[in-house]
Design a binder for this molecule. Structure first.
Ligand code: NAP
Ligand code: 8YV
Length: 312
């Protein structure tokens, strides 16, 4: 059986399947220098990607199957140069990540976390009704990144009668208003939802200018990658009251989250849990292992990243 190196944790179902077809090694538990030359298959995830040490210790690597759709932690140019096929898990998580974006937005408009704390602390009984909150219906919402997940966010938002506009580098065939300048989009909307890939091309796309354009009543939701938002500027904007609210699933230095954010009542934080349900992780896990098995059986894969299509 071919040697498979696993980076990060996987579900028991994934483990049972790979152990059936591969000689499995766990990154961090094996001597990479000894086992590396035998490794032809790698299973990793979007957060851990393909560390340089693995790249150089595994000269015979043929395929990297990533348990996630975003692959900014994998140097695809280096992989293509070495003929290594990279796969990922598009589409199967669209609905879940879209729900996560809406959940953050709804929690902020309706003060879900604050009101829950109000009840638990007995304040309803002692102080009476909690202060009124703000409706999530009929809002002007901007989506940064109108790809697979962005489109699902827009679809789900229609239930809330949202007026949707979006920005990406090129317009898409969607029934929403395209704005070719991110600053203008931020100025026009009440909520900006980020759902682009991470990496150099989107690094700090949302900085001081964009945050200030959103303004004191504006809300930023980030379910993309921490690197898309300038986190220091975000903290300052919230502290100064130049930005109203933030709902964040992703951070620049995960799992570290700035203490300042943890203290703010107008911020909701999640531990990069956008796709983290049993059902969606099962679908992602299945596709991750399907790609490995397909490659083993046929030399082809189901969902290569676009950069690697030419290798197949
Ligand atoms: P996708 O289908 O490739 O869509 C990406 C969108 O971003 C496209 O509309 C693209 O349009 C746009 N974009 C790319 N670079 C841009 C730039 N520099 N400026 C403006 N727009 C840009 O990807 P997807 O499947 O929707 O996934 C998007 C990302 O979500 C993933 O890469 C990952 O980082 C993140 N994600 C997060 C979680 C989570 O747990 N929080 C889960 C899944 C995915 P153009 O190419 O025309 O610009
Ligand atoms: C995963 C994600 O949590 O798919 C992505 O891009 O960010 C999430 O679904 C991540 O890949 C870590 O496994």
């Amino acid at each position: 059986m071919p040697d498979l190196l696993i980076i990060g944790s996987i579900t028991p179902e994934m483990q049972a399947r790979v152990e059936d077809r591969f000689d499995v090694h766990w990154h961090g538990q094996v001597d990479l220098a000894a086992v590396g030359p035998d490794v032809t298959y790698v299973l990793t995830n979007g957060a851990l990607g393909l560390p340089d040490e693995v790249m150089s210790a595994c000269p015979n690597l043929k395929i990297v199957s990533s348990y996630g759709v975003g692959y900014d932690a994998i140097d695809t140019a280096a992989c293509v140069e070495r003929g290594i096929v990279v796969t990922h898990t598009p589409d199967v998580l669209n609905a879940e990540v879209a729900t996560t974006a809406l959940m953050l937005m709804l929690a902020l408009f309706r003060n879900l976390i604050g009101d829950d704390a109000y009840v638990r602390a007995g304040r309803w009984q002692t102080e009476g009704d909690a202060p009124l909150t703000r409706t999530a219906d009929g809002r002007r919402i901007g989506i940064l990144g109108m790809g697979r997940i962005g489109q699902e966010i827009a679809r789900k938002l229609s239930v809330f009668d949202a007026e949707i506009a979006y920005h990406s580098r090129t317009p898409k065939d969607v029934p929403y208003r395209y704005v070719d300048d991110l600053f203008e989009l931020a100025r026009d909307v009440e909520v900006l939802i980020c759902i682009t890939p991470g990496g150099a091309g989107t690094h700090h796309l949302v900085g001081r200018e964009v945050l200030d354009a959103l303004g004191p009543k504006g809300m930023l939701i980030n379910v993309a990658r921490g690197s898309v938002v300038d986190e220091a500027e975000l903290v300052w904007a919230l502290q100064d009251g130049r930005l109203g609210y933030a709902g964040l699933d992703v951070f620049e230095d995960e799992p570290r989250v700035p203490d300042a954010l943890k203290e703010m009542p107008n911020v909701v934080l999640l531990p990069h849990a956008g796709s983290a349900t049993h059902e969606t992780r099962a679908a992602m896990g299945k596709l991750t292992v399907d790609n490995l098995e397909r490659f083993l059986d046929t030399g082809n894969v189901l969902t290569p990243v676009p950069e690697c299509k030419g290798l197949l």
